[in-house]
Structure formats: structure tokens, C-alpha cells
Write a protein that binds this ligand. Sequence first.
Ligand code: ADP
Length: 161
Amino acid sequence: MTVAIYPGSFDPITNGHLDIACRAARLFDKVIISVYDTPAKNLMFSTKERVELARQSVVDQPNIEVTSFTGLTVDYARKLGARAIVRGLRAMTDFENEFAMAIMNKKLVPDCDVVCLMASWKYQFLSSSLFKEVARLGGDVEDLVPKPVAAALKEKLVTLE
Ligand code: ADP
């Protein structure tokens, strides 16, 4: 059974993330969306919330699971017996970072490969941070995220006011 992890902040999971996870689920027997506990980012959602929102977004995907992790991604991949670390590549923005991280990960765990899937054209310019920024300012961006995220966002914006 080939297992892949799909690590990231997922703050929150967007349709772009979901697209990558579902496409990876056609390539691997099991894909584990792995929510990084402590990214160096200004988070809107707690780890528990990010995991729960990702779970609700993949309820109809039998071979996608969601967990959270701390520490090195490669250590987590090894712990789960993953053969691959899946990442999404958007035009212009992601390549250099992902390239450097993939080389470093390969050095740390030679038998685990980074598999990058190209972002679908309609999600090329979608990021969680831009989504949050526009949502905070009152922009209508609900159609860019799975339904459970859109609902949670409404509640979150009320509590942040
Ligand atoms: P990180 O903090 O690790 O960058 P993110 O949650 O921002 O975590 O993203 C996780 C992964 O999903 C990264 O590989 C990122 O490039 C990819 N990704 C983010 N947004 C999109 C998108 N719109 N389309 C495809 N891949 C994406």
C-alpha cells in the first residue's frame, strides 16, 4: 500500500488544496492531509479547527485522512511509512521554495520523495493568506473554499470583530 502525506498549514483548507489532495488520492492508495501544528504564520484557525475543517471537506473521499503533526515533516512521513510527500505548485510563487525543501527532505530521508502536482489553472492565484485577507475586509470569497470552511469563516469573522 503506497501512502503519501500532504503537509501544510491549511489555514484554512481551500479548493486549491482540496484539488491537490483529491488528485493525489488517485495516485496513491492513501493520502494523509497533515496539518502542521506550528507554522511561522499568523494563524486564523487553531490546529484543532484546521484539522476539523479539512476532515469535513474530505468526508466523501474514502482514501484521504486528516491528522496534525509537529516537528520535521520527514520524521512524520517516516513515522507513517509514507513513500511520498505531496505538494502543490502554483505558477511563479512556489517553485524555488519547494525545490529547496524537496532537496533538503531528500537528504534527510532518501527513501521518501517529494511529488509536486501542478496547481489547476483556476486555483493558480488562490492562497489561504489572500483568501483570509479578502474575507477579513468583507469580500465575497466563499466559493473559493469548501462549504464547511465558508460556514466556519462566517463565525470566525464575527468573533474577531
Ligand atoms: P505551507 O505553509 O506549507 O505553504 P499551505 O497550507 O500554504 O502550507 O500549502 C500547502 C501546500 O499546498 C503547498 O505545497 C502549497 O504550495 C500548496 N497549495 C496552496 N494553495 C494551493 C493552490 N491554490 N493550488 C495548489 N496547491 C496549493
